[in-house]
Design a protein around this ligand. Sequence first.
Ligand SMILES: CC(C)(COP(=O)(O)OP(=O)(O)OC[C@H]1O[C@@H](n2cnc3c(N)ncnc32)[C@H](O)[C@@H]1OP(=O)(O)O)[C@@H](O)C(=O)NCCC(=O)NCCS
Length: 170
Amino acid sequence: MGQALPKPALRPFLATDTPVLAAIFAASVEELTGEDYSEAQQQAWAGAADDEEQFGKRLANELTLVATLQNSPVGFAALKGKDHIDMLYVHPGVVGQGVASMLLDALEKLAGGRGAKTLTVDASDNASEFFTKRGYTATRRNTVTVNGEWLANTTMQKTLGEGAATGGPT
Ligand SMILES: CC(C)(COP(=O)(O)OP(=O)(O)OC[C@H]1O[C@@H](n2cnc3c(N)ncnc32)[C@H](O)[C@@H]1OP(=O)(O)O)[C@@H](O)C(=O)NCCC(=O)NCCS
């Protein structure tokens, strides 16, 4: 029998995490979104973390959680205000291991604690299936400009309530 995979853990964002989270952001966009976005779109999107000072301010101004594996950051998620998921990014090396689900569950609980009744996200096309599986439904299709490129995404919404963050039986 092989060894059990280490379990991810969550902790709050620290300013010193900024460079590694910027690197996770860029790697995640560059390696995980190619089926839905062109290379030019990916480069423009990944470029949103090039200015680390500005990126760090964005993370600090929101409620940012960092997922770690053996104490190293492997993903992060940020709640803007009480009811909008601004960011959810996982390092390509650890996708499919439940890291994003763990981050999302925690953000849903924190949003509920802040009094949110619903939670929204402007989901990228590659992430919309992930959010659908977690109970989010599409409400609007958007086209936004990032660093001079047009990118499509979908506003999705979930009503928080009993069992909302538990992913209980369907
Ligand atoms: C979308 C993303 C955050 C998912 O991260 P992850 O850690 O691999 O997600 P999980 O391991 O928690 O996956 C949970 C479930 O979603 C599924 N899933 C994950 N990514 C998926 C995808 N791109 N498409 C379809 N299903 C996906 C998994 O198979 C798993 O299914 P299960 O619950 O039936 O087992 C990650 O792929 C990512 O960082 N993408 C690029 C950045 C991005 O687009 N972020 C979202 C911005 S709104």
